[in-house]
Write a protein that binds this ligand. Sequence first.
Ligand code: PEP
Ligand code: MN
Length: 337
Amino acid sequence: MIVKIKRDADQQDVTNLLNHLKDLGFDIHSSFGETYQVYGVVGDTAGFDTRSLYGFHCVDSVIRIQEPFKKVNRKIKSEDTIIDVNGVKIGGKEIVVIAGPCSVESYEQVDIIAKAVKESGAKLLRGGAFKPRTSPYSYQGMGIEGLKILYDIGKKYDLPIVSELMDKDNIEDFLKYVDVIQIGARNMQNFSLLKELGKIDKPILLKRGFSNTIEEWLMSAEYIMAGGNNNVILCERGIRTFEPYTRNTLDISTVPIVKKVSHLPVIIDPSHAAGKWDLVESLSLASIAAGADGLIIEVHHEPEKAFSDGAQSLKPKKFDALMEKARILATAVDKKL
Ligand code: PEP
Ligand code: MN
C-alpha cells in the first residue's frame, strides 16, 4: 500500500507511524517529492485495515495496492476453477443452465417443471424450499418436505439439485438432499453462515447481495474458501439502482471483471435481475455473450398461479425457445450448451 503524508505533518507523528508499520512486519520504502512525503509499505496487507492508519494525524491518504482477497484471486491460481457437480462441470467449456421454479409448491408441480427443463437441456434443477421473503406473510416455503421432493425428482430425472439455505441449523439436511447449496442475496454477508459453509465441501452458489460491491462479494467467497471449501460458484442476480423498470439492474460487467480478478466460475440469474419474464431471454443471451459460465432461470408451467416470482418465470415453451437460441450463441463464444 502507499501512504501519503500531509504537507504540514508533525515529524514525530510520522516517526510513530513508521514504527507502527515496522512493528507490524512491513518493509517501508520512502520517497520525498517537492511537497509530499510518500511511503511504499510492502508486505501482506490482505488482512490489514488500511483505514486504521488515518488514526495517525500525519496521514493524508492511503491507497491499497494488494487486493484484500487471496484464495479467490487469480494471481494465486491462474487457471479457471471447474466445479464438478455429480459429473456436471461448471466453469469449463460448457455453459451450464440451472432451471426450475422459484419455490417448491408440491411434488406434481416440481415434477412437471423438472421434466420440461430436462428435455430442454437444463443440467441442474433449482427450487426454493426455504424462502427469504420480504414479508413474513408471504409464502415461506415447504421446508424439509420441499427438499425431499427436490431430492426425489432430482433422482427421477438425473438432475442435481440447487436450493437455498438460510439457516446453519439446516446444513445437515442440505448435505443429504441437495447437490449445490445456494446462498441468497440477502445472506451474502451472513458471515457466521459463510464460516459454517467453509467447513463442508458441498459446492456453494454464492449470490451477490443487491447492494454489495464486487469486492464485498469476493470477500464473502473468501470467507467460504478460507474455511477450506474451494467449491464456490459466483452468481450475479442484479443490483439495486434508481431504475424502476426492472426489479434490479443486471450488472453484466461483473462477468469480465470477475473473470479477470478471480478464477472462480460466475453464472447469471436473469430472472431476479429482470423481475419480468419477457426480459429474461435477452438478458440470458447477453450473459452468454459476456462470457458467463452458466445461467439460473426460473421456470413455471403456471406462472400466474406460482406461489412466488410468477412474474419473472418462463413457461416451459419459452424456456425451450431460449435454450435453442442460447445453444447457437454458445458456439459463437467457443462454448457448448
Ligand atoms: C431465489 O433464487 O429464489 C432468490 C430468492 O434469489 P435472490 O437471493 O437472488 O433474491
Ligand atoms: Mn425467486
